[in-house]
Design a protein around this ligand. Structure first.
Ligand code: ACO
Length: 407
């Protein structure tokens, strides 16, 4: 127990660990990763099996509540979530006021944060003497609201971007169909989207739903530890996801493939990467040092989507890039393999999503993982406010110099 070890001066022993490479900061029962063997399990179920047999909403229930739902539990879960997809009209109005070229992730982060001002009942500061984390009904209501509204916020961020009116959620459609309908990405030119695309997006959502203490989930737990309301936690986690080293990577991959432009330019591009001028986006992972099991499933989805929407030409560059990189000493030595987002960009592009929507498509499903961690954090009797220490290397105890004497 490092917390109890002392140095020779009797001070607590501390560990200097930038990036928390060796730090375990909680116990969890939500997901298991073996980075060397390429294993990912949600609540003990292998990701491959969930991707094949389950649905995103069922997986969200599993992550948040710990077990797969019975038929009745699932029906209630789906019903509750779909009936919480509507936004307060003032929130819709607020969203219309973002500049037309605002990045949809910026719009999503700000809107989720603004939601806390519309749903103030969870703010513990307003509830003296009450523990909101013991109120299961209230916590479930928060979960339904966030799970429901995130698809509407995501779709409206896109609609605002293209200057089109917002489509109200349609209760008779399922979760994925609803999202595609509100986006107006129907592909069949009618009310419902093509079942192959609905299925593809559903599986992509399963693969992105949870991944233990990645940057955004760690941020979610960090914020939860201060007991700020759950909407603000979600906004903070989404902000962490937005960066290109994390959820912004799928967008960065596509821009990189476009920049490469043709298969013949790959060798010169890789030379630049190896010389330290930029990274091969969609490659590398903090935990997976063999392969990312999600990337294998994603690659298979591409063909299904192409069979409906047409082949996205950038796939040829992506495949050749992977082939060359996997035989290159630089990437082999550093154990760099395609991660989940190497191929998602080309799939989303083929489905007609604009590039800046890609991180939003990652955020929607990851909300389930964040909520699972939020709930687990607050149920953990050992939880503490997250407060790491630093190694101060700056100047000490200096005399203040008046402005007119400074040089
Ligand atoms: N391209 C080229 N070189 C790389 C890459 C890459 N994608 N990733 C790591 N490296 C190199 C580093 O330059 C470093 O080399 P060095 O030892 O010669 O200095 C070595 O590999 C180790 O890199 P770190 O940054 O220390 O590895 P870390 O585990 O901290 O980073 C990360 C993991 C952030 C994912 C990194 O691999 C990366 O930036 N990848 C590209 C962005 C990306 O795809 N992010 C998505 C991650 S998955 C997700 O969030 C869903």
């Amino acid at each position: 127990d490092i917390g109890k070890l002392k140095n020779q001066e009797g001070e607590n022993l501390m560990v200097y660990d930038p990036g928390y490479m060796q730090t375990v900061c909680c116990t969890s029962r939500i997901s298991y990763i073996d980075g060397d063997k390429g294993i990912l399990e949600y609540r003990g179920y292998p990701i491959e099996e969930l991707a094949e047999k389950s649905s995103f909403l069922e997986v969200a229930f599993l992550l948040i509540n710990g077990e797969l739902p019975t038929k009745m539990q699932f029906e209630k879960w789906e019903h509750k979530i779909l009936h919480h997809t509507y936004l307060h009209t003032d929130i819709s109005r607020m969203m219309k006021n973002f500049h037309y070229d605002a990045h949809p992730m910026g719009v999503l982060v700000s809107t989720m944060s603004a939601m806390s001002t519309f749903q103030p009942e969870q703010n513990p500061a307003l509830l003296p003497g009450m523990d909101p984390y013991k109120d299961t009904l209230l916590m479930n209501k928060q979960i339904y609201r966030i799970m429901g509204r995130i698809i509407t916020v995501a779709a409206y961020a896109y609609r605002n971007r293209i200057g089109r009116p917002f489509n109200e959620p349609a209760q008779e459609l399922n979760y994925i169909e609803n999202f595609l309908y509100m986006m107006d990405r129907l592909n069949e030119g009618n009310y419902k989207s093509h079942p192959k695309l609905v299925k593809a997006l559903d599986v992509l959502f399963i693969l992105h739903a949870e991944h233990e203490l990645n940057c955004s989930t760690a941020a979610m737990r960090h914020l939860a530890s201060s007991e700020v309301d759950v909407y603000t936690c979600i906004a903070g986690a989404a902000a962490a996801l937005y960066g290109r080293k994390h959820g912004g990577a799928n967008e960065a991959v596509l821009r990189m493939l476009e920049e490469i432009g043709s298969v013949s330019n790959i060798p010169s591009f890789l030379e630049k990467v190896k010389a330290g001028k930029g990274r091969l986006m969609g490659f590398g992972h903090r935990v997976y040092k063999n392969y990312d099991p999600r990337a294998i499933i994603v690659r298979k989805i591409a063909d299904d989507v192409f069979s409906v929407c047409g082949k996205e030409p950038l796939i040829d560059i992506a495949m050749e890039l992977e082939k060359i990189a996997l035989t290159d000493k630089y990437f082999i030595d550093r154990k760099l393999y395609p991660n989940v987002d190497f191929y998602t960009g080309v799939i989303y592009k083929s489905m007609g999503f604009p590039t800046d929507m890609f991180p939003v498509l990652f955020t929607i499903p990851r909300v389930a993982g964040w909520l699972a961690h939020w709930k687990e954090f607050h149920a953990d009797p050992e939880n503490k406010i997250v407060r790491p220490r630093q190694n101060y290397i700056g100047k000490r105890t200096r005399d203040y110099i008046p402005t007119d004497k400074r040089q």
